[in-house]
Write a protein that binds this ligand. Structure first.
Ligand SMILES: C[S@@+](CC[C@H](N)C(=O)[O-])C[C@H]1O[C@@H](n2cnc3c(N)ncnc32)[C@H](O)[C@@H]1O
Length: 170
């Protein structure tokens, strides 16, 4: 009986380990944005009521909650199934505004975004830039900690970088 309990505990630990590590094949591992930076990120992106914030890798949902508190719609893509379940639970109160979807954000449609928040890793920033340009619409991007090579930063605060994308015919 005791041996079976240990085996179950071991399987659970292995599954948790896998959920948090396999994502590095597709993006940054889980490391939440510092609490103090969360309101600053939303101040910087400055979206208007009813606009949509897209978060690529929404982690524990802290950015989505701050967006909902500011009357924004918020969509998060997250690959780690445990974080999807956790963040769906803690955002239940805001379920009309917050949608959290399990999946790889590189394969998803970003068309609904008025603003995008990311905390990625430097090697993904060029790919991110190319995919945002392809949307061909005005989009504000806030990136925590990492910058887009050769793109002008609109504003910077405490390691948060704001970029503005325009439509190609503007
Ligand atoms: C550095 S953490 C940032 C979490 C959250 N954005 C924040 O700022 O608190 C990166 C998150 O992206 C998720 N992730 C990494 N690659 C992904 C991908 N390709 N598609 C969806 N989620 C991904 C990870 O599981 C992790 O939760």
């Amino acid at each position: 009986m005791l041996e079976m309990s240990w085996n179950i505990a071991l399987v659970i630990c292995v599954l948790i380990f896998i959920a948090f590590t396999f994502v590095v094949a597709f993006g940054a591992p889980f490391l939440p944005t510092l609490k103090q930076r969360v309101p600053e990120a939303l101040d910087l992106i400055d979206l208007k009521t009813g606009q949509t914030l897209l978060e690529l890798g929404s982690g524990d949902g802290r950015i989505l909650i701050e967006a909902a508190k500011r009357d924004l719609n918020a969509v998060g893509y997250e690959l780690n199934p445990l974080l999807v379940v956790y963040s769906k639970l803690i955002t239940l109160k805001y379920r009309k505004q917050i949608k959290i979807k399990w999946g790889n954000y590189w394969n998803k449609n970003w068309a609904e975004a008025d603003g995008i928040f990311v905390f990625l890793l430097q090697p993904y920033m060029t790919k991110l830039n190319q995919k945002i340009i392809k949307q061909d619409k005005p989009i504000k991007l806030v990136s925590f900690a990492f910058t887009i090579p050769n793109k002008k930063i609109t504003k910077e605060k405490s390691g948060l970088y704001l970029y503005n994308y325009r439509q190609s015919h503007d």
